[in-house]
Design a binder for this molecule. Structure first.
Ligand SMILES: *Cc1c(COP(=O)(O)O)cnc(C)c1O
Length: 426
C-alpha cells in the first residue's frame, strides 16, 4: 500500500474512510520561493523495506517529526550557512523549540557525571539555572569565573573540564567575550568552547571563525525578530552537531514546523534589521551618554566601553558602520542632575531606574529582546532579580540600570523619548 494510495477515489468506501483518505496533491516539480511547511508528525513510505531502512539509517529520509523535520532542518541549515561563511570545514545546524532547549542539548551532550564546566560569572539566568539545578544533580560541577580575564579562565580549568561557556555579548553590561583567547584556553585543555551568540547574531559576529566549537542562539530574539515565535538553534561541525541532534532525538526538544518557517523567513531580513537596529543603538547610546542625568551607558560601540577595541576586532562593519549589537544599558544618576551625588549606587538608584522606565512613551516595558519594537526594563528587578546588591555590584551592574533593546523605530524618535524621560526625572 503506497503513501499516495489515499488519493485514489474509491466510491465503494464508506463516508469515514473517504474523509480520512482525501486526495493529496501530486508532487510539485517547480521550486517554491517560500519554504514549504511540512506540518506533519509522521511520514509515509513506499513499502515496508523503505520504512525499515529509513528507521535503521540505511537510507536517508524522514520518519517522525520529533526526530527530524524538513522545515526545521531547512531553518537550521540556513543558520549554519550564515555562521559558517568563509570556513573551510562543514558546519551543520540543529533546530530546537527554544533557546534553552538548544543550550541544554549542548550542556548535557558534552558532559557526563564527574565532568566540569567553566562558565561566566555573569551569564544568562536560564543557562545558569540548568547548570545549578539540573547538571549539578547529575554530578557535573560548574565554576563561574570572570571570563573576560583569561588568567581566571585558565586557573579554573581542571583535568575533567569538558566545556568552556561564553556569551559573545553579555547581558546587560554588553561585555564582549575574547573568543580567540577563550578558544585557545579551552583547546589546550582538551575542552570545547560553546558560545551563546544570541545578542550578536551572525550579522555582528560569527564565533566559529574565532575558534569556537559550538555556537547557540535563542532564535526567539533577533533571528525571529518579531517577538512572535520561540526557537533555538545550534551550529557546529558535523560530529558535534550529531551529538546535540542525538540528545534532541532522545528528549524531544525539536522546533515545530510552523515556527521553523517563521524563523527561516526572519533570517532573510536579519542583516537588514541588525544593521538598522545596531545603528539606532549607537545613536541612542551616544546621545544618552552626553545627557547630564545619565551616570553610565554600557554599549561597546562607545569609545569609553571597556571592550570597544575588542569589539572592533571581532565584530563586522557593514556599509552603515560597525555593528555593536542593539542592546544599550543606561543608568541614570541616583540624585538630581544638579547636585548629583554621582553614580546610582545610592539607595534610591533602583527607584530612579524604575522612574526612567515609566517615563518612556515610545519604548515598551516588556520582557525579551530583539524584536521590531524597542523594549525596555529595569535590570535589577527583572532579568537580574536573583542578584542581591552585592552580587549586582560584583557583576558590574548598578541598581538603577535600564536595558533598552533597540527596535526599528527612527532613532531620533527613540532619543527624543529617552531624553524627555530623563529630563522628567528632575
Ligand atoms: C533569551 C535567551 C536565551 C534563552 O532562549 P529562549 O528562546 O528564551 O529559551 C538564552 N540566552 C540568551 C542570551 C538569551 O537572551
Amino acid at each position: 500500500m503506497s503513501a499516495s494510495s489515499g488519493s485514489q477515489h474509491n466510491c465503494t468506501h464508506g463516508e469515514f474512510t473517504r474523509a480520512v483518505h482525501l486526495p493529496l496533491p501530486p508532487p510539485v516539480n517547480q521550486r517554491s520561493m517560500g519554504l514549504p511547511v511540512w506540518r506533519t508528525a509522521a511520514f509515509a513510505f513506499a513499502d515496508a523495506q523503505e520504512y525499515v531502512d529509513v528507521l535503521g539509517g540505511q537510507r536517508d529520509g524522514y520518519s517522525y517529526s520529533r526526530l527530524a523535520n524538513p522545515t526545521a532542518d531547512a531553518f537550521a541549515a540556513a543558520v549554519a550557512a550564515l555562521e559558517g561563511v568563509g570556513l573551510e570545514e562543514e558546519v551543520r545546524g540543529e533546530a530546537f523549540g527554544s533557546g534553552m532547549a538548544a543550550i541544554t542539548a549542548i550542556l548535557m551532550g558534552f558532559t557526563a557525571a564527574g565532568a566540569h564546566v567553566v562558565a561566566p560569572r555573569e551569564m544568562y539566568g536560564g543557562t545558569y539555572g540548568v547548570l545549578a539545578d539540573v547538571l549539578a544533580r547529575f554530578g557535573v560541577r560548574t565554576d563561574h569565573v570572570d571570563t573576560t580575564d583569561p588568567a581566571a579562565v585558565s586557573a579554573a580549568i581542571r583535568p575533567e573540564t569538558t566545556l568552556v561557556w561564553a556569551e559573545t555579548l553579555a547581558n546587560p553590561t554588553m561585555t564582549v567575550a575574547d573568543l580567540p583567547s577563550l578558544a585557545g584556553i579551552a583547546h589546550r585543555a582538551g575542552a570545547l568552547l560553546a558560545v551563546d551568540s544570541t545578542f550578536a547574531t551572525p550579522a555582528v559576529c560569527r564565533p566559529l571563525e574565532y575558534g569556537a566549537d559550538l555556537v547557540v542562539h535563542s532564535a526567539t530574539k533577533y533571528i525571529g525578530g518579531h517577538s512572535d515565535v520561540t526557537g533555538g538553534v545550534v551550529a557546529a561541525r558535523p560530529e558535534l552537531a550529531a551529538t546535540v541532534r542525538h540528545f534532541r532525538e532522545h528528549t524531544g526538544g525539536i522546533l515545530a514546523p510552523d515556527e521553523a518557517f517563521l524563523l527561516r523567513r526572519g533570517l532573510e531580513t536579519l542583516p537588514l534589521r541588525m544593521a538598522r537596529q545596531c545603528a539606532g543603538a549607537l545613536t541612542l547610546a551616544t546621545a544618552l551618554a552626553a545627557h547630564p542625568r545619565v551616570a553610565r551607558v554600557d554599549y561597546p560601540g562607545l569609545a569609553g566601553h571597556r571592550d570597544h577595541a575588542l569589539a572592533n576586532r571581532l565584530f563586522d562593519a557593514g556599509p552603515e558602520g560597525r555593528r555593536y549589537g542593539a542592546v544599550v544599558t543606561v543608568t541614570p544618576h541616583a540624585g538630581s542632575s544638579n547636585g548629583s551625588t554621582g553614580g546610582a549606587e545610592g539607595a534610591n538608584g533602583r527607584d530612579v531606574g524604575m522612574a526612567l522606565v515609566d517615563g518612556l512613551r515610545l519604548a515598551t516595558v516588556a520582557t525579551s529582546l530583539g524584536g521590531t519594537h524597542t523594549k525596555v526594563g529595569p535590570v535589577a528587578g527583572t532579568t537580574h532579580r536573583q542578584l542581591d546588591p552585592d552580587a549586582l555590584t560584583g557583576a558590574g551592574i548598578l541598581p538603577g540600570a535600564v536595558r533598552f533593546s533597540v527596535g526599528l523605530e527612527d532613532p531620533d524618535d527613540l532619543v527624543a523619548d529617552a531624553v524627555a524621560a530623563l529630563d522628567a526625572l528632575g
